[in-house]
Write a protein that binds this ligand. Structure first.
Ligand code: ADP
Ligand code: TRP
Length: 335
């Protein structure tokens, strides 16, 4: 296999909950942008096998998968440029994971930060959770992914996938490139704080879901934790969650003006406080996702359109998967 092929973007998203602003700025936005940089070569899958390490209810998992698909399509994933599919529609990935497992040291998996973090947080690990990085390596290597956009938390898993490709190629093929070495593409995306100021994450129950609007959105934004500055007093902008969230939706020029309102505690000669800042934030989020919300409503009413995209995606992905697996089976002596 030649390395001189076009770059192929590959990434996965876990269907473990309703997607939020952190997921959007940290991952989804970049995924969708990459479809224009690499048309026809951007592959995204909904990692339902992975989600089984935490979700043990079939209906819940199905629901999350459907919701992720709708969210990507509503936010602009274009099936004529990018391939969207369900991980489990290409079960070949499980066979490649096994092959890779045979050349992956236990020590490597024991060093996995995300695994260690989860144990430290009191989770009793299943063998599946320990094996997770192997499956993730297979996800990438099966599709010849060469560019893997991820957040910082996933960087180590990509390094593992690089080691796995090298180990496999050396062990089974004398160093010939059977599996292509992937490179991470770190999202430039900002760290998105949640309602309580910690990292926005469904594990902290501090998220702002992407498609909330109107009164319910305003009510939620009202819960963003702030200091207790009185109306009209200057507001510090350092480590200020409302300010940091506003920045995500505002260009530099307007943000400079908003920064002034914060620093002076006034706007157009009137006092400016957190109530105003939160109203502004809610209005910006509402407007930013307005079109996507409409597309989403359409897709919610037409699940067959979503299924058709996933089926077409799986067919494309499976063609690549089978070719990779045939190469691997041959060098492993399985046929
Ligand atoms: P959660 O923390 O809610 O479980 P995930 O771990 O499923 O979210 O996140 C999937 C991806 O979304 C991450 O790899 C990361 O790129 C991005 N992401 C999640 N939360 C944030 C955040 N608060 N800020 C920036 N990016 C985030
Ligand atoms: N582990 C990733 C996450 O939690 C999701 C994922 C699974 C993934 N397989 C992948 C990301 C392969 C990139 C490539 O966010």
């Amino acid at each position: 296999m030649s390395e001189k092929r076009p770059a192929r973007v590959l990434s996965g998203v876990q269907p473990t909950g309703i997607l939020h602003l952190g997921n959007y700025f940290g991952a989804i936005q970049q995924h969708i942008a990459l479809q224009d940089e690499h048309p026809g070569e951007a592959y995204y899958f909904i990692a339902n096998y992975h989600a089984m390490t935490t979700v043990h209810d079939g209906d819940t998992l199905r629901g999350y998968v459907h919701d992720v698909a709708i969210t990507y399509l509503a936010l602009g994933l274009d099936p004529s440029k990018a391939v969207l599919f369900r991980q489990s529609d290409v079960p070949e990935v499980l066979e490649l994971a096994w092959m890779i497992a045979t050349v992956t040291g236990m020590g490597l998996l024991q060093r996995a930060h995300s695994y260690k973090d989860k144990i430290q947080n009191g989770i009793t690990p299943s063998a599946g959770l320990f094996y997770y990085p192997v499956l993730m390596g297979a996800d990438i290597l099966l599709y010849d992914g060469s560019l893997v956009p991820v957040g910082k938390d996933q960087l180590q898993h990509i390094e593992f996938a690089q080691d796995m490709a090298t180990a496999f190629n050396h062990s089974y093929a004398g160093g010939e490139t059977i599996l292509r070495r992937p490179e991470p593409r770190l999202s430039k995306a900002p760290y998105v704080p949640g309602l309580d100021g910690r990292k926005m994450s469904k594990s902290y129950d501090n998220t702002i879901p992407l498609f909330l609007a109107g009164k319910r959105l305003r009510k939620l934004i009202g819960k963003v934790v702030t200091d207790s500055a009185e109306l009209g007093q200057p507001l510090t902008i350092k480590d200020n969650t409302v300010y940091d969230l506003l920045k995500l939706f505002t260009d530099e020029e307007e943000m400079a003006a908003i920064g002034e309102h914060f620093r002076s505690g006034s706007r157009d000669g009137q006092p400016f406080g957190y109530g105003h800042a939160k109203q502004l934030l809610a209005a910006k989020i509402d407007a930013h996702f307005g079109e996507a919300r409409e597309r989403r409503e359409h897709l919610v009413a037409h699940p067959e359109e979503v299924e058709a995209v996933l089926a077409e995606g799986a067919a494309k992905a499976r063609t690549i998967a089978r070719a990779t697996l045939a190469r691997c089976r041959a060098v492993c002596g399985l046929r």
